[in-house]
Design a protein around this ligand. Structure first.
Ligand SMILES: C[S@@+](CC[C@H](N)C(=O)[O-])C[C@H]1O[C@@H](n2cnc3c(N)ncnc32)[C@H](O)[C@@H]1O
Length: 261
């Protein structure tokens, strides 16, 4: 049971269908569905824009959005419109080549941003997320994008599953050319997590301290390669040196080629 969080609907969107769906979400998350969100420090608020995780002010019950997944606007919309070329580092890292689009298992879906870019570039991507709240927010973002005629074509490349990726890969991992991982890096100082969203996700899901086990499994099942995103200067997972690295301003991709293992 998640503590101190409720699901709350704004009155103007309430219909019978939405109420049914809201009850399903509350049951899945094991949280109350309440119209008294001022009694909770955090709430998943469902309004005309969709679902967002919000902090609630104890003083006056006002809310501030912490996490909201939008594939059509914001950073994702910008990347789709202006930055979706096969020259970008993530495309090279996962093994996109002229005439070849790898199937990708994104083992650490998070906000879905990296998986979305790969879907825009024509890869079939399976997003896997173990945090029930992150999964619920992602599902909502994907469903909204599917209602848009342009986005729907890209979203057809994206599947979403709720699971621990290690467990899923043990049974189905050989179906993918590339396994992609971007685990939360255990920063000592909070300030090192520069993006506000990443700080919120870390508060929600904690550090992904089991990423070494995930990498081990990924390396045994991936068809072609495993790609690990790391902050610049971070040690390799398990001190395992990759076959090559692609470096960017603040981060890098460690690329492990399964044919050389
Ligand atoms: C740093 S975020 C990923 C950000 C993502 N690349 C993006 O573009 O938004 C890491 C996410 O991976 C998820 N995660 C970590 N280990 C996982 C595992 N073994 N199975 C499923 N999800 C996992 C965490 O819950 C968290 O939401």
């Amino acid at each position: 049971m998640l503590h101190n969080i409720t699901l709350s609907l704004v009155p103007e969107i309430i219909t019978d269908n939405i109420l049914i769906k809201a009850k399903e979400i509350a049951q899945f998350l094991n949280i109350p569905l309440s119209d008294r969100r001022e009694e909770y420090p955090q709430a998943l608020i469902w309004d005309r824009d969709g679902l967002s995780l919000c902090s609630i002010s104890a003083k006056d019950g006002s809310h501030a959005k912490l996490l909201y997944i939008d594939f059509m606007g914001g950073k994702n919309g910008y990347r789709h419109a202006n930055d979706c070329t096969t020259r970008q580092p993530i495309a090279k890292a996962v093994g996109i080549k002229p005439g070849f689009r790898p199937t990708v298992f994104d083992a650490t879906a998070g906000m879905g941003g990296d998986g979305f870019v790969l879907a825009c570039l024509g890869c079939r991507v399976t997003l896997c997320e173990r945090s029930p709240i992150m999964y619920t927010l992602l599902q909502d973002g994907i469903e909204r994008a599917r209602q848009d005629s342009v986005m729907n074509k890209i979203m057809a490349n994206l599947d979403l599953i709720h699971n621990n990726s290690k467990q899923f890969l043990e049974n189905h991992g050989t179906n993918y050319h590339t396994i992609y991982m971007d685990p939360m890096y255990p920063h000592k100082k909070k300030s090192a997590l520069n993006k506000k969203e990443m700080r919120v996700i870390r508060d929600l899901v904690g550090d992904d301290n089991d990423s070494d086990n995930l990498l081990e499994t990924a390396l045994t099942v991936a068809g072609n390669r495993v790609v690990v995103k790391r902050p610049k200067g971070a040690p390799y997972i398990e001190e395992r040196k990759p076959h090559h690295e692609i470096t960017m301003k603040n981060s890098r991709f460690d690329v492990y080629l399964t044919s050389y293992l």
